[in-house]
Write a protein that binds this ligand. Sequence first.
Ligand code: PMP
Length: 317
Amino acid sequence: MKKAEAIEDKVWFDGNLVDLKEVRVSPLAYGLHYGWGVYEGLRAYDTKRGRAVFRLRDHMSRFLDSARFMQLDVTYSLDELCEAVKAVCRANGPQADYIRPIAYYGENGELGLSAVNVPTHVAVMTIHMGAYIRGGAPGASLITSSWERPSDLATSLTAKVCGNYVSSIIAKREAMRQGADEALMLNHNGSVAEASAENVFMVRHGKLITPGLSEGILEGITRDTVIKLAKEAGYDVEERSITRGEILIADEVFLTGTAAELHPVRSIDGISIGKEVPGPVTTELKELYGKVARGEVDSHSEWVDIIDKKVARRRKK
Ligand code: PMP
């Protein structure tokens, strides 16, 4: 599998755009020891009006909400954080298609969990990611992970907390060891929760069905986009629990995530899903999602935040 390319040169760190190599993370940082941090993942696309970040304000609002849950002291406003994302994208150029803001606890010379007077650091960086799920065949192969998705009684799944991703990593690694592309994770009731870094949808009896928020999932922004687009396209969308048996006999299954975008699933535990992959509903919604993210659908231009307008750049020359 091809790796994502190296992080680009510039990073926004605690309010300044600096070279990545100038930033030092202390080995004593709480963020490192305990996953005491929160992060976001955003994508940048080319649009007719210039390069743009998709659903920038929604991502950075979730970032601030996650930080609030972890009681991190992020002092930047939503506007400042959105501007920071755009500044890093401008600095790192069009190759930067994936943006990663992170806020984490630094060091105070101690390591106890009662941590007080610890500085919060905020960084925004970019990488070139390309496709996130890169299996050669059309559609991802999934295994059902033997690891349970943690419940909202164990942590907040609404917040995108760094430490929560231990669970995702062990599931994803389990899938990769078995030659699969992704892991489907079940919750403590045995119902479908989500994949390691994607929400899950299935098509059954002409309806689009996805686990509700109480099933132990991240409230995905791509999930929200797809629900809205599907309703506008005339589909019935249900948010309800899905059993393991039911998803295996679905007509179509797909994953949604900022990195994965909308990705069809071809098999779960070696069992083929549906008659064709991608199925017709997945194909329609995937195309629609691609158009919306690239600013080709006027009715959702509010989701497309232009980084650097082409017109403005041309005038400067
Ligand atoms: N679930 C998990 C556990 C994730 O990490 C992600 C990726 N952020 C998603 C779902 C999809 O969320 P989004 O569409 O907001 O990227």
